[in-house]
Write a protein that binds this ligand. Structure first.
Ligand SMILES: O=P(O)(O)OC[C@H]1O[C@H](OP(=O)(O)OP(=O)(O)O)[C@H](O)[C@@H]1O
Ligand SMILES: Nc1ncnc2[nH]cnc12
Length: 277
C-alpha cells in the first residue's frame, strides 16, 4: 500500500515540527536510509531502530513518486519524515539543524537497486548523489568540517568509489590523495593486501613510497559492508608505519557489522542503510 505522501507533507507543515511518525509498511527502494545517530537531532527525538528509514519530503521526492511506485517493495519499515527547508535556507553550516538537513538530502539522493550485482543484494548507488550537486557538495563539506583540524596529511581513497569522495576532501584539508587500487592497476612497485567482500574476494594495492612512516591518514570509501575492504586498507597503511586516524564512508550497512570488524579503529558515516532484506 502506498502512503499518501501529500497529506503527510501537509500535516507535517501544519505541525511545524519533525516530531511525527507514521507506520507505513511500504517503502520505496530509493529511500531506504536513515540518518546516523551522532549527526541527527531527529534521530535523538525518535527511537531509531534498524528498521527505521527517513525520507525527505521535498518537491524532488514528490516528483519521483511515480518511480517510487514502480520500485516499491514490501518491507516492514517504519517511515519517519524529515521536512526540508526552503532552498537556500538550510545553509546553517555547523548548526545541528543545518547538518540534519544536509544529511537528509544526502540520504534521499542515494538510490537503492535491488538484486545488483547479484540476487539478494540491495545495491546502494551513489551515482544519483553525484547528480545532485548540492547533496554531493554537502557530503564533501560534512567530511571536510570533521577532518580539517585533525592534522591529516594523507587521504587514502579506495577504488573505485573512494576515488570520487577522497580527492575533493584531500584538496580542501590540504592533504595528499593516495589511491588504493584493485590489483595490477598501479604502474609502480606496490604493496598489497587481500580481503573478502559481501560478494567475493579481492585485493588492494598501494604504491611503495606514496606515504611516509609517521604520517596521519584518513581512509575514505563510499560504503562499509562487511568491513573487509577497510580492514585491508588499514593493514596496508599500518604496515608502512602510517597512523590511521579514522575511516569515513558515506553509507554503512549496519547489519553486516563491518564496524565490529574494525575493532577500535574509529569509523564515521553519514547515513545507515536500512535492512538489506
Ligand atoms: O565492507 P566491504 O564488505 O569490504 O565492502 C565495501 C566495498 O564494496 C564496494 O566496492 P566493490 O568491492 O564493489 O568495488 P568497486 O567500487 O570497484 O565496484 C564498496 O565501494 C566498498 O569499497
Ligand atoms: N550493498 C552494497 N551496495 C553498494 N556497494 C556495496 N559493496 C558491498 N555491498 C554493497
Amino acid at each position: 500500500m502506498l502512503p499518501d505522501l501529500t497529506s503527510i507533507g501537509f500535516n507535517f507543515q501544519a505541525m511545524g515540527s519533525i516530531s511525527i511518525a507514521h507506520n507505513i509498511t511500504t517503502i520505496g527502494a530509493q529511500q531506504q536510509h536513515k540518518v546516523t545517530k551522532p549527526l541527527a537531532s531527529a534521530a535523538a527525538q525518535f527511537p531509531v531502530s534498524r528498521t527505521t528509514s527517513f525520507i525527505t519530503l521535498s518537491s524532488s521526492f514528490a516528483s519521483s513518486l511515480s518511480q517510487f511506485q514502480t520500485t516499491c517493495k514490501e518491507a516492514k519499515h517504519q517511515l519517519y519524515c524529515l521536512p526540508t527547508s526552503e532552498e537556500g535556507e538550510e545553509e546553517k553550516m555547523g548548526s545541528k539543524e543545518g547538518t540534519d538537513h544536509r544529511i537528509a538530502r544526502i540520504s534521499s539522493a542515494i538510490r537503492v537497486i535491488p538484486n545488483f550485482p547479484k540476487p539478494g543484494i540491495l545495491f546502494q548507488d551513489i551515482t544519483t548523489l553525484l547528480l545532485d550537486p548540492k547533496a554531493f557538495k554537502d557530503t564533501i563539506d560534512l567530511f571536510v568540517e570533521r577532518y580539517k583540524d585533525k592534522e591529516i596529511s594523507v587521504v587514502a581513497g579506495i577504488e573505485a568509489r573512494g576515488f570520487i569522495f577522497g580527492p575533493p576532501i584531500a584538496l580542501a584539508i590540504g592533504a595528499k590523495f593516495v589511491p588504493m587500487r584493485k590489483p595490477k592497476k598501479l604502474p609502480g612497485e606496490v604493496i598489497s593486501e587481500e580481503y573478502s567482500l559481501e560478494y567475493g574476494t579481492d585485493k588492494i594495492e598501494m604504491h611503495v613510497g606514496a606515504v611516509e612512516p609517521g604520517e596521519r591518514a584518513l581512509i575514505i570509501d563510499d560504503l562499509i559492508a562487511t568491513g573487509g575492504t577497510l580492514c585491508a586498507a588499514i593493514r596496508l597503511l599500518e604496515r608502512v608505519g602510517v597512523k590511521v586516524v579514522e575511516c569515513a564512508c558515506v553509507i554503512e550497512l549496519p547489519e553486516l557489522e563491518g564496524r565490529k570488524r574494525l575493532g577500535d579503529k574509529p569509523l564515521f558515516v553519514l547515513v545507515e542503510a536500512a535492512d538489506q532484506i
